[in-house]
Design a protein around this ligand. Structure first.
Ligand SMILES: [Fe+2]
Ligand SMILES: [Fe+2]
Length: 203
């Protein structure tokens, strides 16, 4: 069960200010405490949101959840580390709210928890994935070429070639979402970097 489901919001203590500039140390002790609990629920919220892709085919041979599980399963079975597999699992999670820029949504969600390279792959996979279909839609198949010479070009090309463009097989035995849950919780347990790092530090 998600942390957000266990919090009794009605009866929790609340800050007293009407405008932030009236805020006091007591107010912010309350909010800081709530934030720490809320932040811990992030893996649950992400997993819940990923489930929105269930049954969403968009004309593809598999739905977006199966595509996500298959991308992650292929990366995992190929020996990728947990940060990478998390990225593979979540790379299309932005489809629902970022229908015109989905790679950036996923990249923002994983950014505090992964290496710069894994973040870059996620953020730019759209252009690299386009190599396999942009020309069918009147777009430039080689849109990825604008990144030529970038230190992460090859890693992103490889992600799309090995795990993303290949993850539309209805007959592939993908692991279920439950298989990845402990991994999601481990990788998202603590940010490697965040502008709010001090606020979530345990006293
Ligand atoms: Fe994508
Ligand atoms: Fe994808």
């Amino acid at each position: 069960m998600g942390v957000h489901e266990t919090i009794d919001h009605e009866n929790r203590e609340r800050a007293k200010f009407r405008e932030m500039k009236q805020g006091t140390a007591e107010d912010w002790a309350i909010i800081g405490g709530e934030y720490r609990a809320f932040a811990k629920g992030l893996p649950d919220r992400v997993l819940d949101h990923l489930k929105l892709l269930d049954g969403d085919f968009g004309g593809f041979p598999v739905d977006r959840l199966e595509h996500s599980l298959q991308t992650a399963t292929r990366a995992h079975r190929d020996g990728r580390d947990e940060q990478y597999v998390l990225m593979a699992l979540l790379h299309d999670i932005g489809d629902t709210l970022g229908s015109y820029n989905h790679p950036e949504v996923a990249a923002s969600i994983i950014k505090p928890f992964v290496s710069e390279q894994v973040h870059w792959i996620c953020q730019n996979h759209g252009a690299f994935q386009g190599y396999y279909y942009f020309h069918f839609l009147g777009m430039d198949q080689n849109a990825r070429d604008k990144f030529m010479g970038h230190p992460h070009y090859e890693a992103c090309r490889e992600f799309c070639e090995k795990y993303d463009q290949s993850a539309f097989d209805p007959d592939y035995d993908s692991e279920p979402l439950e298989f990845f849950e402990p991994m999601v919780r481990r990788v998202m347990e603590k940010p490697l970097a965040s502008m709010y790092a001090k606020a979530i530090a345990e006293e």
